[in-house]
Design a protein around this ligand. Structure first.
Ligand SMILES: Nc1ncnc2c1ncn2[C@@H]1O[C@H](COP(=O)(O)OP(=O)(O)OP(=O)(O)O)[C@@H](O)[C@H]1O
Ligand SMILES: [Mg+2]
Length: 470
């Protein structure tokens, strides 16, 4: 019988085992054993030295004497992508681009390679998921420059590594890391051991040949990158492509970047000719806002270091269901639950207001269906969105618009559990962005607006007063 070349190692405690077990015999954790290639045994002569010291001693050098040649970054020609990468791809780096199925990962990397080739660089597209013919059909849609991109359709890791080493392109895209198969391991492609081995080998190629390699990765249903978290440690940069497939807007974020800030985000729109950068995203969202409708507020949010105005919409509808429905699109469900709780507890929205003039259609949020959505399919992931969500819900529940005449109400701020409003980062940039679009009067935390009650009085109650006066 041939000797096994792989073994199983527990990723939690390091226990080694020849066979796979569901539960680690060492630490008794479930599902932690991962197949790995066995290390090549050292030659007996190398081990013979005394004192256990087998290696040669190295001479440490001060950092100031370390040679660090300034390598030019490689522009992908997609402004938003370059910005998220921190100015372009770094030669010799490994980038992981994750996103849910059909979000446009292959589209953006194909366009980027087309731009690199058009700019005189060399590129290679390794397609494991789609045949070369399928990629060509996409390329035709994306434009003539993309058709010049060289492609190989292969899933065998050894063949892919050999091709990259022979071709030595400036940029190589591997679509996707989960379908490549390392021959030495018995695990199925996409399994933890395989993905780790594939990424490790490709990293060595990237570093030794100075090639920027972009790995395309899938995300699981829960939204985490499929494959082990260890992949995120291995690569230099993790980009996440977010948005909903059915909607047109997608955001690209850096979750980790060894060569730049992780605060950047790019906004794209999926069109016939591929993903198009949206540089004036705020202008679009403000123009599409519905200031006269109840349940609409403009949120001055921050997408990394860039301010972005988006419309938050809410609908509060009567229901027979117990418990009532809570649906969140573009915001975290838990965030919505928290805002609703504070709204009912500290904003007086628990019961039907017992006002003498309480008109029909005033709903108690505690027992009504609540739907909240960020218009355009943008995902907002920051606490500064709380106040906009709360005001949109309150406005929908009471049936009064927040905006004055033709201007929507702009707002931002975090809501604390006791109903107080908290400061969020970069208020000046948010205010400047709102002012740019003629939204001068922004509701935000400050001495005049210490808590949610004050914010409701300044927006909803004022609108009710105006309605009554009219
Ligand atoms: N002719 C078209 N016009 C507009 N959008 C299109 C067109 N053809 C495809 N698309 C969009 O492109 C998306 C697929 O893009 P792409 O193949 O790049 O996604 P992906 O993230 O690589 O998906 P997968 O995970 O399956 O590899 C589709 O969901 C669709 O929205
Ligand atoms: Mg794809």
């Amino acid at each position: 019988m041939p000797r096994a070349t792989t073994h199983h190692v527990c990723s939690a405690c390091g226990h080694e085992s020849a066979k796979w077990h569901g539960r680690c015999p060492g630490c008794e954790e479930w599902g932690t054993l991962v197949e790995e290639a066995k290390p090549v045994p050292q030659a007996a002569s190398a081990r013979a030295g005394g004192g256990g010291g087998r290696g040669r001693a190295l001479t440490p050098v001060p950092l100031s004497q370390v040679e660090a040649p300034r390598v030019a970054r490689l522009r992908t020609g997609i402004g938003e992508l370059d910005r998220v990468l921190g100015g372009g791809l770094v030669p010799g780096s490994l980038v992981l681009l994750g996103g849910s199925p059909g979000i446009g990962k292959s589209t953006i990397v194909t366009s980027a390679l087309g731009n690199v080739v058009a700019g005189g660089g060399s590129a290679l597209y390794v397609s494991g998921e789609e045949s070369a013919a399928q990629v060509r059909l996409r390329a035709e849609r994306l434009g003539p420059s993309v058709l010049a991109v060289p492609i190989v359709a292969e899933t065998d890791l050894d063949a892919v590594v050999a091709t990259i080493e022979a071709e030595r392109p400036d940029v190589c895209v591997v679509d996707s890391v989960q379908v490549l198969h390392a021959a030495g391991l018995t695990g199925a492609p996409g399994s933890v051991g395989q993905v780790r081995e594939v990424a490790g080998r490709l990293m060595r190629v990237a570093k030794t040949c100075g090639i920027a390699i972009v790995l395309v990765g899938h995300v699981t249903k829960e939204g985490a990158l499929a494959g082990p978290r260890v992949l995120e440690h291995l690569v230099d940069c993790v980009l996440s492509f977010e948005g909903e497939r059915e909607r047109t807007y997608r955001t690209l974020r850096a979750l980790k970047n060894r060569f730049g800030s992780t605060n950047e985000a790019g906004v794209f729109e999926m069109r016939d000719e591929g993903l198009v950068e949206v540089e004036d995203a705020s202008a679009r969202f403000v123009a599409e806002a519905t200031p006269r409708a109840p349940g609409s507020a403009i949120l001055c949010s921050m997408e990394g270091s860039r301010p972005l105005l988006v419309e938050v919409q809410a609908l509060v509808a009567p229901t027979e269901l117990v418990p009532p429905r809570r649906m969140a699109n573009g915001i975290d469900r838990n965030r919505l639950a928290l805002v609703l709780a504070v709204l009912t507890r500290h904003g007086g929205m628990a019961k039907q207001p017992a006002l003498p003039d309480a008109h029909e259609g005033v709903l108690a949020v505690g027992s009504a269906d609540v739907f909240v959505s960020v218009a355009g399919g943008v995902r907002i992931d920051e606490p500064g969105a709380d106040l906009a969500i709360a005001l949109a819900i309150a406005s929908a529940a009471r049936g009064v618009p927040l905006g004055s005449s033709d201007r929507p109400l702009a707002t931002f701020g975090e809501i604390g559990l006791t109903g107080e409003l908290r400061h969020v980062a970069h208020p000046d940039r948010r205010l400047a962005e709102a002012a740019k679009f003629g939204l001068g009067n922004v509701l935000h935390p400050g001495p005049a607006l210490p808590d949610l009650g004050a914010a409701l009085r300044a927006s909803i109650d004022r609108s009710v007063g105006q309605q009554r006066a009219a």
